[in-house]
Design a protein around this ligand. Structure first.
Ligand SMILES: [Mg+2]
Ligand SMILES: [Zn+2]
Length: 192
């Protein structure tokens, strides 16, 4: 039996959007994030973080820093009883200054590569899954993978929500991750 998942964008969705997050002191978890993660986990979803980190390709920080950031987040979430099942990061960028990351990859959202990889590795049911993010590229990745996209109006979400993208429609536009969580759990009940 495949499990449904919530694919969570990181910056602007779980934590404050910081431009390029390049120092741990700049990590600021939204006050509702841990409660939302705990509720989603309890509702039976696997929780998977999917994050574009082009700052790696641009030489602003390295992959070790991204891993360290995710280790710190894991600890802070665990202290509040919430658990992330997997972290996936795209370090690539087409016009990267760091040559090894200069690539038109399949993982950078809006492409669905990270979702597909996580689905394989965790046995996920994409058609019963949701992607929550603050950019239309998150919603596009959802659609490309056959999941449902929720746009949150935190981070860049206020700007993106005000500028609809042709042909891209969110299943829901939510105020923040907690609002998205309440809607998702309600939707899940309707299916049951
Ligand atoms: Mg984001
Ligand atoms: Zn990539």
């Amino acid at each position: 039996m495949r499990t449904p998942a919530i694919f969570l964008d990181r910056d602007g969705t779980l934590i404050e959007e910081a431009g390029y997050l390049d120092r741990l002191e700049r990590v600021s978890i939204f006050p509702w994030t841990i409660d939302a993660l705990r509720l989603l986990g309890r509702a039976g979803f696997r929780l998977i973080v999917v994050t574009n980190q082009a700052g790696v390709a641009k030489g602003m920080f390295d992959e070790a820093f991204v891993r360290e950031t995710h280790r710190v987040l894991t600890e802070k979430f665990a202290a509040g009883g919430a658990r992330i099942d997997g972290f996936y990061c795209c370090p690539h960028f087409q016009e990267a200054s760091v040559e090894m990351y200069r690539r038109d990859c399949e993982c950078r959202k809006p492409k669905p590569g990270m979702l597909h990889q996580a689905a394989r590795e965790h046995g996920l049911a994409l058609d019963r899954s949701f992607v929550v993010g603050d950019r239309w590229s998150d919603v596009e990745a959802a659609r490309a993978a056959g999941a449902r996209g929720v746009l949150v109006k935190t981070g860049y979400g206020v700007i993106d929500a005000a500028h609809p993208k042709n042909g891209i429609e969110a299943a829901k536009i939510a105020e923040n991750l907690m609002d998205a969580t309440a809607w998702i759990i309600q939707e899940q009940r309707r299916w049951a």
